[in-house]
Design a protein around this ligand. Structure first.
Ligand SMILES: NC(=O)c1ccc[n+]([C@@H]2O[C@H](COP(=O)([O-])OP(=O)(O)OC[C@H]3O[C@@H](n4cnc5c(N)ncnc54)[C@H](O)[C@@H]3O)[C@@H](O)[C@H]2O)c1
Ligand SMILES: [Zn+2]
Length: 386
């Protein structure tokens, strides 16, 4: 893991070190929305390390995160007669990383992968953990991440300077995942004050203060890595150190992020975003819902829930949504979430290490709650209705 400002200029030597002297070619799969300067820096650095660069543009939409796009990249590798040891490099957000990772994992049964995430979400989440995926179109619509593999990158370069061109909404979306990490990290024995620290510096991050962003990315990457290491195969189903805890806020998020007409803001720039809510914004709202379910169950105090709402609003995400359908509809959608097992709802909820929760106990631990009472879930949903 290489974190810092300008580390992209070292890409060539990092890749060379990761793959040795043999390989002479690399595929650079880059999202054209990343700044031209960053793409040029990456290309020049690879060339300086003696690589011939096979450049491919990857459009960052969920529809383009497809088997067809993977096939296009695989055909290009084959027609260039790329060898198995020639690395594939992803330069972009989570869409680019998931797609290029899938291509790397399947080309000749596995080519080396190097991740250069350029969104905050991809830096703290998608690029760590070795999951690759594409979406599958079905009669019921696009099913996300249905086809994929585990393929760990040889190296990950986190260059915070690339975040300068990221639209603010995507920065906020990544920060929502950071808040989530802060609400569960202490349970994994790392970064015990991350939530309070993140809340205290939200303005710095939103102003793109690079030294704070480096620390944010480093601490959050550490949390993601600790969670993955505690449960590498995702077998600790609902235990206290289960990877499933990363689903905090997500059962609500998955139920609302694809709803039409639900918008957290009503600015003209919203039109530039395909979905009414980008994933991280839905996660932010989901954290508020989860916090209020937890408050209903006395796992946290109402003050804790208010603190979580305040943090979400500081990101510029409205914590109350207009146009949400009835509870039954939302519950039905939550039951369709992949973390439902045996038809029973499982929610990840924040809690405190002392019981009953007291105002002074810090946030930072989360737990899986099976079959939460209906009134508690309704209290959570009520808390996010405008
Ligand atoms: N593999 C995993 O473990 C994992 C974990 C979480 C999410 N994901 C996946 O990640 C995806 C979401 O990731 P994301 O939020 O990074 O989405 P993304 O890749 O779609 O990027 C978000 C937007 O920002 C643009 N962009 C990216 N970098 C930029 C930059 N530096 N400057 C300007 N614009 C830039 C993209 O073109 C896109 O429009 C989803 O497909 C999700 O399934 C995977
Ligand atoms: Zn997420």
């Amino acid at each position: 893991l290489h974190i810092g400002r300008g580390v992209l200029a070292a890409l060539g030597s990092v890749v060379r070190e990761a793959v040795g002297d043999g390989p002479m070619r690399v595929m650079l799969a880059a999202d054209p929305n990343v700044s031209a300067g960053a793409i040029a820096t990456a290309t020049l650095s690879l060339e300086a390390a003696g690589f011939e660069v096979i450049a491919e543009d990857v459009r960052a939409t969920e529809a383009d995160k497809s088997l067809q796009s993977a096939e296009r990249l695989l055909r290009r590798l084959a027609s260039e007669r790329a060898e198995r040891g020639d690395p594939v490099i992803a330069l972009g957000g989570g869409v680019t990383g998931d797609l290029a990772g899938f291509v790397a994992s399947t080309y000749r049964r596995g080519a080396p992968l190097v991740q250069c995430p350029t969104t905050l979400l991809a830096m703290v989440d998608a690029s760590i953990g070795g999951k690759t995926a594409v979406n599958l179109p079905t009669d019921e619509g696009l099913i996300k991440n249905t086809v994929g593999s585990f393929h760990h990158p040889r190296a990950v370069l986190l260059d915070v300077e690339t975040l300068a061109s990221l639209p603010t909404r995507h920065l906020s979306a990544g920060l929502a995942e950071c808040l989530k990490h802060g609400l569960l990290s202490a349970g994994f024995g790392v970064e015990s004050n991350l939530f309070a620290w993140t809340c205290a510096h939200l303005e710095r991050f939103l102003e793109l203060d690079l030294s704070y962003l480096i620390e944010l990315v480093a601490r959050n990457a550490r949390v993601k890595a600790a969670v993955v290491n505690a449960d590498p195969d995702e077998t600790a189903a609902g235990g206290q150190r289960s990877r499933a805890l990363l689903n905090l806020g997500h059962t609500f998020a998955h139920a609302i992020e694809t709803l039409e007409g639900v918008s957290p803001r009503n600015t003209p720039e919203d039109a530039a975003f395909g979905a009414p809510l980008v994933h991280g914004e839905a996660v932010a709202v989901g954290l508020v819902a989860a916090a209020n379910v937890a408050a209903h169950l006395e796992l946290v105090t109402p003050e804790h829930a208010a603190t979580i709402r305040e943090a979400v609003e500081s990101l510029g995400v409205c914590s109350r949504l207009e146009g949400l359908p009835a509870d039954e509809v939302l519950l039905g959608r939550m039951m369709h979430d992949k973390k439902v097992s045996g038809g029973r709802l499982r929610l990840v909820l924040p809690c405190t290490s002392v019981k009953p929760a007291s105002v002074d106990a810090p946030l930072g631990v989360s737990m899986v709650v099976r079959d939460p009472p209906r009134e508690a879930v309704s209290a959570g949903l009520a808390a996010i209705r405008a």
